[in-house]
Write a protein that binds this ligand. Structure first.
Ligand SMILES: [Zn+2]
Length: 386
């Protein structure tokens, strides 16, 4: 299990917003991979979307002092960002993207186009075709002899068993090193319970037990489930999250991750001291976090990141009692218990994955076959108890 923090762009020299004098005086760096950082952590995820201007050069890693050894850089393709910002990703130069990944990343993700709310079946078919072509082209462009260490993951998409199976069946799985699992549909979020079903199904379809990356999750229940699956199914998991950036978003300083306790630190905050002795808070003062500038927010982010890293580590023992005490009513915890009891195959059958996503069924049958609609089983409340 490995948590990969999505990089806060203010940490790296893509933006010049940060006050370097402040860090010089402290003799510290906000980059958690540098020797002077407040704390070291050996991984980051960056989306190619944000480095697109620099994609033609190979100096991302070098420019940002990211170590060559014992440090994992995951390079997401930027397909998700392109789509959520309403930019077409067809113009992305796929060869440059792959070559950037090869030169700078330990793991590269295929360029995909996630489904979006309102997609009709023609969109789905087009996206599926593009995704498959992108994976195949990337494999063709790969220069394995020059960059043998870079691993290449194929993204999968689908809203039910049948559509996910179609992905897994048509991906050139023997040429892939792992899979990236993202949000099913932009604008139509899955419930936490349903995400558990999706992950379990993807594990079942991952018959060669290749590593899997879960894009964008910070849910303690999902992370607990992943660590359980890793042990029981023998599949290696990584996951990334931007949730520590709530400092940048809301000036929200995390007090306790499990209890979701936090405080707002801004110019109106009357507290004189930080209630934390982490490597960040022991070096800076609460006043350093009160400003309305990006730098104050970045310090809060780094404290939050430290807290999250410790918290996620504590979840890998998967102590369900702790989670149950915190979330006594969550069905998703009961669902994990069902997995423990039933094992993977029975669990997948009992809790089928179905996202609310619905395109016109008429020509979807051409895409997925006649019986593409999951009508097989409706989950009852009592299923969680048996
Ligand atoms: Zn702290």
């Amino acid at each position: 299990m490995k948590f990969i923090p999505s990089v806060n762009l203010q940490c790296i020299s893509l933006t010049e917003k940060r006050d370097s004098r402040f860090y010089e005086e402290l003799n510290a760096s906000p980059n958690w991979w540098e020797s002077k950082s407040f704390f070291r952590y050996p991984a980051l995820l960056v989306s190619a979307h944000y480095v697109s201007k620099g994609i033609k050069n190979d100096t991302f890693r070098k420019n940002n002092n990211i170590p060559d050894d014992d440090f994992l850089v995951m390079g997401d393709s930027g397909g998700y960002q392109a789509l959520s910002l309403g930019i077409s990703n067809h113009n992305i130069d796929k060869k440059s993207l792959l070559w950037w990944q090869e030169k700078n990343c330990n793991i590269g993700m295929s360029l995909d186009e996630p489904l979006a709310k309102g997609d009709i079946s023609l969109d789905i078919q087009r996206k599926f075709k593009h995704d498959m072509n992108n994976v195949k082209e990337a494999i063709e462009y790969r220069r394995k002899e020059l960059y043998p260490k870079m691993k290449f993951y194929g993204a999968t998409h689908g809203w039910n068993e049948k559509s996910l199976k179609k992905y897994h069946n048509e991906l050139p799985k023997d040429k892939l090193d792992g899979y990236g699992i993202g949000e099913c549909t932009i604008g139509l979020n899955d419930s936490e319970e349903n995400i558990l079903s999706r992950i379990a199904l993807e594990c079942q379809l991952n018959d060669d037990k290749k590593p899997m990356h879960i894009l964008g999750t910070s849910s303690p229940i999902i992370i607990t489930f992943l660590s359980m699956l890793e042990e029981k199914e023998g599949i290696e998991f990584t996951y990334d999250s931007t949730s520590y950036m709530r400092g940048s978003r809301h000036h929200s300083y995390v007090i306790d991750c499990l209890d979701s306790k936090s405080m707002t630190i801004n110019k109106n905050t009357t507290e004189k001291q930080l209630p934390c002795g982490c490597p960040v808070c022991s070096k800076v003062s609460i006043d350093d976090m009160k400003g309305s500038d990006g730098q104050s927010a970045l310090l809060i982010d780094l404290h939050n990141l430290w807290k999250e890293i410790q918290f996620y580590d504590s979840l890998y023992d998967y102590d369900l009692d702790v989670l149950k005490k915190r979330y006594p009513k969550k069905k998703s915890i009961k669902k994990i218990e069902q997995y423990q009891k039933l094992g993977l195959d029975k669990f997948v059958k009992m809790f089928p994955y179905t996202n609310k996503f619905q395109a016109s069924s008429v020509d979807l049958s051409k895409f997925l076959g006649k019986d593409f609609v999951d009508t097989s089983y409706k989950i009852k409340d009592s299923d969680y108890e048996t």
